[in-house]
Write a protein that binds this ligand. Structure first.
Ligand SMILES: [Zn+2]
Length: 226
């Protein structure tokens, strides 16, 4: 993935998404952003727990038990940490509202996307006015599950393997559901880099035996002093 790839999908040229992979120079990035990723007054940092909770915040700082954040404050940066799960970027086509949602299979099956749609509708935004990018995540080449959790998924997303396990396409589950609740099909894009396959670029929780290393997804409003 090149780093313009996320932004090229946003109609709103003022909204900018980033993905800090293994290869990315964090120091340069932080100085160009003028922020410290670990401790900065401009960042919204959800304390992710694979929950289905999505919050709106116009204040920076940490948000407990939360796996998705939106803001309409142009001075703030939304952030997420991932290593296999999907970082899903949302950018309104014309207004200042943007956010990030962390969706792995648990979040997906417990309703995080449904809650995202609800939150945005409650804030009086039309879902069809958002551009969406699903960032680098584990793809169906590598995401396999055993019988025990298979019933969480509809058959159309499962492919049985010769070892008796199943491949799951979590990106397609997300896209189909987003369309079902009112987001526009044309506005949803998948970056098809597989975090498990592409070891040179990405951390993978599954490949690296439960690694603590994470990539960072960020989204912000550009035309501001941050
Ligand atoms: Zn793969």
């Amino acid at each position: 993935m090149n780093f313009g790839e996320i932004n090229s999908k946003f109609d709103n040229l003022q909204i900018e998404g980033h993905f800090i992979s293994k290869k990315f120079d964090k120091k340069n990035f932080q100085s160009s952003y003028n922020l410290n990723l670990m401790n900065n007054k401009k960042i919204i940092i959800p304390q992710q727990t694979h929950s289905a909770n999505v919050k709106f915040s116009d204040l920076p700082g940490s948000i407990p038990r939360c796996d998705g954040v939106f803001t309409s404050n142009p001075e703030l940066v939304c952030s997420l940490k991932v290593a296999d799960c999907m970082p899903i970027y949302f950018a309104h086509k014309s207004k200042i509202i943007f956010g990030l949602v962390h969706a792995g299979w648990r979040g997906l099956t417990s309703g995080i996307l449904k809650n995202t749609g609800k939150l945005l509708k409650n804030l009086k935004y039309e879902l069809k006015n958002f551009d969406i990018v699903i960032g680098p995540s584990i793809q169906d080449c590598c995401f396999e599950i055993a019988d025990d959790i298979k019933d969480h998924f509809s058959e159309q997303y499962l492919q049985i393997k010769t070892n008796g396990k199943y491949r799951v396409n979590i990106q397609n589950i997300a896209v189909d559901f987003l369309i079902k609740i009112g987001f526009s099909k044309q506005a949803i894009h998948i970056i098809d880099d597989c975090t498990f396959c592409m070891e040179e670029f990405y951390y993978s929780f599954r490949r690296d035996n439960g690694t603590q290393d994470r990539m960072v997804a960020l989204i912000r409003y550009k035309n501001h002093n941050n």
